[in-house]
Design a protein around this ligand. Structure first.
Ligand code: 5GP
Ligand code: ZN
Length: 118
């Protein structure tokens, strides 16, 4: 799996404010900002401030950071009025569509979801 060091990590630069983002919420441990290429009317990325390449790696080192990412994602869902109609998606590995190797959760809502299992 590809991994990046914080010095060349896009999301670390967004966390540091070195690259602009449309920030919608933040906590001591995480930030939330709109995806630059939204897949649905509401598409927010929730990112721990701490750099870990995947959500699994984050879970292994900090249960508190892991919990905070999902807590902030839920807060954004409430803020956006979709507390009862959203998806939280985690891609792990390039074969599963992960392109940024800094852990993040996609909060997606505002579109009709298919009846399928996924
Ligand atoms: P992944 O495919 O790794 O799960 O998700 C990465 C997401 O980051 C993609 O949905 C992509 O559109 C988004 N993204 C990539 N570059 C930027 C950027 O510079 N700013 C923002 N806000 N989102 C980005
Ligand atoms: Zn990073």
């Amino acid at each position: 799996m590809t991994s990046q060091t914080p010095s060349d990590c896009l999301f670390c630069k967004i966390v540091a404010g070195e690259i602009p983002s449309d920030r919608v919420a933040e906590s001591e441990r995480s930030i939330a900002f709109r995806d630059i290429s939204p897949a649905a009317p509401i598409h927010v990325l929730v990112v721990p401030r701490r750099h870990e390449p995947t959500v699994g790696a984050l879970a292994a080192v900090s249960a508190e950071d892991l919990a905070d990412v999902f807590r902030l994602a839920s807060r954004v869902a409430e803020q956006e009025g979709v507390a009862d109609a959203h998806r939280m998606i985690v891609n792990t590995g390039s074969d599963a569509g992960q392109t940024i190797f800094h852990a993040h959760v996609h909060l997606i809502a505002g579109a009709a979801f298919s009846e399928g299992r996924m």
